[in-house]
Design a protein around this ligand. Structure first.
Ligand SMILES: CC(C)(COP(=O)(O)OP(=O)(O)OC[C@H]1O[C@@H](n2cnc3c(N)ncnc32)[C@H](O)[C@@H]1OP(=O)(O)O)[C@@H](O)C(=O)NCCC(=O)NCCSC(=O)C[C@H](O)C(=O)O
Ligand SMILES: [Mg+2]
Length: 291
């Protein structure tokens, strides 16, 4: 039961206990909304948030796919989250603090709950936040063939907590070395599994210039989308994960140059040597266009 790799550029979190934010997220222009039942919701509000998110899902009129981040499977909250949410037919489930075995367990739970709710089996896709526990950090290469999995992402805050760190940033604001490693392993793990790598949140939600820099770097590195925590971040992320006109034009010229030289493995264009990896990347840029 393989899932289609995720195509969302922006995934906006809305706290599950905020009716206002759940409603506003739909109008944000985000490609996907993540209704959160995990860390944005205090323990005392978990049940109220489940009820609110289920009502939100049942209200219909989905402008974009509506996903739910449940609590980790090894907490007392997770099964109650799934029991409340699956009958309301979310488009997907985000599983935090997880590793491959948890994603497999989630697949089985979803199959049982979809059947009980009369939903099409396999309609609910999954994304795993795959760096948030110490054991998970050693398992990022294990996701190939994971049923329902459409994307992998990572979380710098919970990774730091898992390591016992006191922080995760250098004095200049960049992530410290361990978090570059986890980010890179998430990217490579997603590529190895044939699913979409999604960049983590940018917590400084007022600094949109820095967000632009970080999001553009993420796309350059291979991420295909990014999570957001505030509606103002959405247009910046959407732009960063959409190829610019000049990039599309260059990709078209590369594809055309190879088409004009069908026997050539390598060609020169604008003084640059191009071979098969360049052609593949040019085709990938063209596939990312949204007209
Ligand atoms: C971060 C926020 C708490 C800031 O909220 P606020 O101070 O209210 O911001 P603004 O005054 O600028 O809000 C302007 C209006 O926009 C609405 N709004 C704000 N955020 C959202 C949102 N996420 N979705 C929809 N609408 C939103 C406000 O309601 C204002 O509208 P109005 O009421 O009409 O004036 C807040 O942005 C927020 O709650 N963000 C989401 C936080 C969240 O979900 N966090 C969990 C994910 S991150 C994570 O878990 C880390 C990761 O797992 C790791 O381990 O690293
Ligand atoms: Mg987290």
């Amino acid at each position: 039961m393989p899932a289609t790799p995720m195509t969302a550029r922006s995934l906006l979190f809305a706290p599950g206990d905020s009716e206002r934010k759940l409603a506003k997220a739909g109008a944000s222009g985000a490609d996907l909304v993540l209704c959160d039942l995990e860390d944005a919701v205090a323990p005392a509000s978990k049940q109220a948030a489940r009820d609110l998110v289920a009502d939100h899902l049942r209200a219909g009129d989905r402008v974009q796919p509506q996903w739910v981040r449940i609590n980790p499977l090894d907490t007392d909250y997770a099964l109650a989250d799934l029991a409340a949410i699956v009958p309301a037919a979310p488009d997907g489930i985000m599983l935090p603090k997880a590793m491959r075995a948890d994603a497999d367990r989630l697949h089985h739970y979803l199959t049982a709950l979809e059947a009980a709710a009369g939903l099409e089996i396999g309609r609910i896709a999954t994304i795993v936040v795959a760096t948030e526990t110490a054991p998970a950090l050693f398992g990022l290469g294990e996701y190939a063939g994971c049923p329902r999995l459409s994307a992998l992402t990572w979380g710098a805050e919970d990774s730091a907590t898992a390591l016992g760190a006191t922080g995760n940033r250098e004095p200049n604001g960049e992530y410290a070395f361990p978090y570059h490693l986890f980010r890179s392993l998430c990217l490579a793990g997603a590529a190895a599994a044939g699913v979409t790598p999604i960049e983590t949140i940018h917590g400084d939600f007022r600094d949109l210039d820095d967000l632009r820099r970080v999001a553009e770097r993420a796309r350059r590195d291979g991420f295909r989308g990014m999570m957001a925590i505030h509606p103002a971040q959405v247009p910046v992320i959407n732009a960063a994960f959409s190829p610019a006109p000049a990039e599309v034009e260059r990709a078209e010229r590369i594809v055309a140059a190879f088409a004009a030289n069908p026997g050539a493995g390598t060609i020169g264009l604008d003084g640059e040597m191009l071979d098969m990896p360049h052609l593949k990347r040019a085709r990938a840029v063209l596939a990312m266009r949204r007209d």
